[in-house]
Design a protein around this ligand. Structure first.
Ligand code: NAD
Length: 346
């Protein structure tokens, strides 16, 4: 098992890569999962936990349930089982479970520890690392939440064996995002290799985790460079909101969002058309949808303002600057942005 340390002073923690070893905790533990993941992996994980008491809380599956109601269910389970401030919550699932357990553990009795056991590719390469937690509401995506770092992350490739191809593609979208924004060489390797090859995939996961750990260590609270990881998300969050949570997978919406961001970047001379084509081609190779049809550009534009990155009524766009670089732009006129959005109307 490999170990990558995320350096955050007193909040530093290890990310374990490989077959899960024993997880020990002196107090009580609440494992939170959903019926699908629990059915597949709960006994595998329970067999690796040594704790005073271990309880399980099962919540409904899916992005549509990434809500305050589900967080209440987790909190109620924690109170019913008399968890205390020395207890630990464990998130066993994809990014949806991870974000909600992170949030629930961050507010239970003003904050207790939690551990991430990510089971989707997307959550292994991105969501489980870095301490962003939260839920969606009627106004948009991840608008309620807090920064709360886990105590440890266990990335076990075994879980990926049961992942449906569409979920795999959604994870690849986040891998492509990391490569485009931070690592040109990695992007070129992705063009040459195939992530369906197990050893290449493991290398890719490790590479992403290292990028994420480095970026989070530099900018834990997203005051600067960490925002680069939101490439594709400004558009992607609106796509998820507009199409109804769960219609497109989060990673798919990010993939389509990256293609929109690329069009904007090309218009500004930040990205070459040929580079935009290479990114789109790489996404398409894994079956990730790359084209979203916008029904109403004005409405789409207005929804940007619900994004957490928009400040003082200015939308902050995260755009690729070539492959391997990133630019932040909050000075774009409405007409410029609308002209890009119109290119995505039927
Ligand atoms: P998800 O958690 O909904 O999981 C996708 C589906 O796969 C679910 O049905 C789940 O039950 C199932 N599943 C999980 N593991 C499985 C396995 N091993 N085998 C078979 N099925 C499995 O979705 P996701 O793509 O993992 O995460 C998306 C969420 O992550 C979004 O809500 C997004 O906002 C969030 N996210 C958070 C961060 C962060 O930094 N906190 C970063 C990126 C994304």
């Amino acid at each position: 098992m490999k170990k990558i340390e995320i350096e955050l002073n007193e909040r530093s923690y290890p990310i374990h890569l490989g077959t899960m070893e024993c997880l020990e905790h002196a107090g009580a533990v609440l494992v939170v999962t959903n019926p699908k993941v629990g059915g597949l992996y709960l006994s595998y994980v329970l067999g690796r936990i040594r704790a005073r008491e271990v309880f399980v809380c099962t919540i409904p599956d899916g992005e549509a349930y990434k809500t305050l109601e589900s967080v209440e269910m987790i909190l109620e389970s924690a109170f019913n089982h008399r968890l205390d401030r020395k207890s630990l919550m464990i998130a066993l699932g994809g990014g949806v479970i991870g974000d909600m357990v992170g949030f629930a553990s961050g507010i239970f009795q003003r904050g207790i520890g939690f551990v991430q056991i990510p089971t989707t590719l997307l959550s292994q390469v991105d969501a489980s690392v870095g301490g962003k937690t939260g839920v969606n509401n009627a106004f948009g995506k991840n608008l309620i939440g807090l920064f709360h770092q886990p105590k440890a992350v266990y990335i076990d490739p075994l879980f990926l064996k049961s992942l449906p191809p569409r979920e795999f593609g959604a994870g690849v979208a986040e891998i492509v995002k990391m490569a485009v924004t931070f690592d040109r060489e990695f992007f070129e390797e992705l063009e040459r290799g195939d992530l369906r090859d197990h050893s290449f995939l493991l290398e890719g996961i490790e590479r992403c985790v290292k990028i994420k750990a480095r970026v989070v260590a530099m900018d834990e609270r997203e005051q600067g460079i960490r925002a680069a990881l939101n490439y594709g998300h400004t558009f992607g969050h609106v796509i998820e909101h507009e199409s109804g949570y769960g219609h497109y997978l989060h990673g798919e919406a990010v993939g389509m969002g990256m293609v929109m961001a690329n069009t904007l970047a090309c218009g500004l001379g930040l990205l070459k058309e040929s580079e935009a084509e290479r990114i789109e081609k790489l996404l398409a190779r894994y079956g990730i949808p790359t084209r979203y049809t916008i029904g109403d550009v004005e409405r789409f534009y207005d929804l940007f303002f619900l994004d957490k990155k928009s400040e003082n009524q200015k939308i902050k766009f995260i755009l690729p600057e070539g492959i391997g670089g990133v630019a932040f732009r909050d000075d774009l006129s409405k007409s410029m942005v609308l002209s890009v959005l119109e290119a995505f109307c039927d």
